[in-house]
Design a protein around this ligand. Structure first.
Ligand code: 13P
Length: 288
């Protein structure tokens, strides 16, 4: 099946009270592992690409070519959206041009008026080209250069203003952060989420920073209108741990254990297991 935008899968998820996973990709192995697992689980899936990962993988066109080739050659029949994660205005335009099926424009660091103006412009372009678009209000915290920022909580009225622009999905900060959560993390603000959900109605809400959020909090967030959950770091940690084990056990030194197809295989299996676990938790299995 060719790439699809994320509108239909998220509308169904919101109505059916489950969430679709966005799993960020870093290379060919990552992409293959996620696609094969989604197919095995008969689940819709969103492949997330940050601007940094886009550069690393030799640009958006390379990524579109790789993903489209895999959909065909791996016989993927579940709905797959290729989505820019935390895009700048310029990055969003570049991905639209390159053939992505979905973009996120993260204008959360702009004053709300500028966020609205830029989001509005991109909504019009996406509508014309048939892409889905995610916007963000209230920045998602995270660790950068050793400084841990707490996740900001979005203003529900600002969420309503952005939702009314016709975006497909909305990321609202509810105390969530990217990367590992610090020990003293206060948890998700369900009060904020409930208020945002009340103002935005049927709009699919997006939960970033999916790594390390306890299962009960994920389930509660889904019950309060979250229909898309982003996971990145957890797949990286699973890959790292499995690769470290392979090397520490000296398996790369045995026979052709140095062959990248062997060396990377345990990491790939670990990504698959993580994606499978998340699809089960999010409830999107058999919803393709
Ligand atoms: P984590 O890396 O914390 O899983 O967050 C992923 C994310 O939100 C990507 O936008």
């Amino acid at each position: 099946m060719p790439l699809v935008n994320a509108k239909e899968m998220l509308t169904k998820a919101k109505a059916g009270h489950y969430a679709v996973g966005q799993f960020n990709i870093n290379n060919l192995e990552w992409t293959k592992a996620i696609l094969l697992t989604a197919q095995e689980m008969n689940s819709p899936v969103i492949l997330g690409v940050s601007e940094g990962a886009g550069k690393y993988m030799c640009g958006y066109k390379t990524i579109v070519g790789m993903v489209e080739g895999m959909l065909e050659n791996l016989g993927i029949t579940v709905p797959v959206a290729l989505h820019l994660d935390h895009g700048s205005y310029e990055g969003a335009k570049a991905c639209i041009e390159a053939g992505f099926s979905s973009i996120m424009f993260d204008g959360s660091h702009y004053p709300i008026d500028e966020n609205i103006a830029k989001t509005k412009e991109l909504v019009a372009v996406c509508e014309e080209k048939g892409l889905s678009i995610e916007a963000e209000v209230g920045s998602i915290g995270g660790e950068e250069d050793g400084v841990v920022g707490a996740g900001e909580c979005a203003d529900p009225d600002e969420c309503k203003m952005i939702a009314d622009l016709g975006v497909t999905m909305l990321a609202a900060g509810i105390g969530n952060i990217h990367g590992k959560y610090p020990e003293n993390w206060a948890g998700l603000s369900f009060e904020t989420l409930a208020a945002v959900q009340e103002k935005t109605g049927t709009m699919p809400l997006v939960l970033h920073g999916g790594t390390g959020i306890p299962a009960e909090m994920i389930q509660k967030a889904i019950s309060l209108g979250v229909s898309k959950i982003n996971v990145n770091t957890e797949c990286q940690l699973a890959f790292q741990e499995a690769t470290r084990k392979y090397i520490e056990e000296g398996k790369d030194l045995v026979g052709k254990g140095f062959d990248p197809r062997k060396l990377l295989a345990p990491g790939v299996e670990a990504i698959k297991a993580t994606v499978k676990e998340k699809i089960e938790l999010f409830g999107s299995a058999d919803k393709a």
